[in-house]
Design a protein around this ligand. Sequence first.
Ligand SMILES: [Zn+2]
Length: 259
Amino acid sequence: MPMKLSFVDTHCHIHMEEFDQDRDEVIRRARQTGVVAIVTSSITRDGFWRARRIVNSYQGYVHHSLGLDPSIVDFKIAREMMELAEEYYDKIIAIGEVGLDYWRVKDPGLRERQKLIFIEWIKLAKKLDKPIVVHSRSAGKYAIEILLRYSATRVLMHAFDGRPSRAKLGVLNGFYFSIPPSVNYSNQKMKLAKNIPLENLVLETDSPVLAPERGVRNEPANIVYSARKISELKGIELKEVAKATTRNAEELYNMEFTA
Ligand SMILES: [Zn+2]
């Protein structure tokens, strides 16, 4: 019998209500596929409490990353979420997703505020000694610059939407880049998966979005689409992709998922 491969879904939103009807089934399919750990990311205040509940029902399998939607450029809410991160620091495995969204936030004044909040998150991640999961829509280059300026370490650039050249500084500084199942049809993601070294790659699904085909709900079991595409683009075996990305995820989150 072939050895079962292990995958880590380094970023998704499995706590969201899109999964309320069939979450047990979704988790069962993930386990069957070889997904050994799932990191769910809450990005609102309500989402935080929702994720706490879900993480508790799948203890040791679903992990919690606490973030804030970058388009919520509100200092008061950001402050509140940061206080929750401090209070629950031993219940979360990462900060994020946080970051910059220049696609949804276009006003220069609001972008400035978004940047200030992002900087505070970077500082907090360092203070709490947690990795940081970064959202950077239409702002990848700027996000990487800020992360480097504030010497962030253990960084995951999730669903990076820029060219490989824009990712380069991050790659050189040991940042990880996660490849979602949308790599199945997205040329931009294919270029990224092909050009970023395997040492810097991890897998994500970003469920319920970024499915292998447009317009359908995504789920963690679809992680194999990301892995298969990476193996195809790099001309290496699937098991090599599974092994390397799982090891990278363990390094990033400073946890053993396969033990
Ligand atoms: Zn996400």
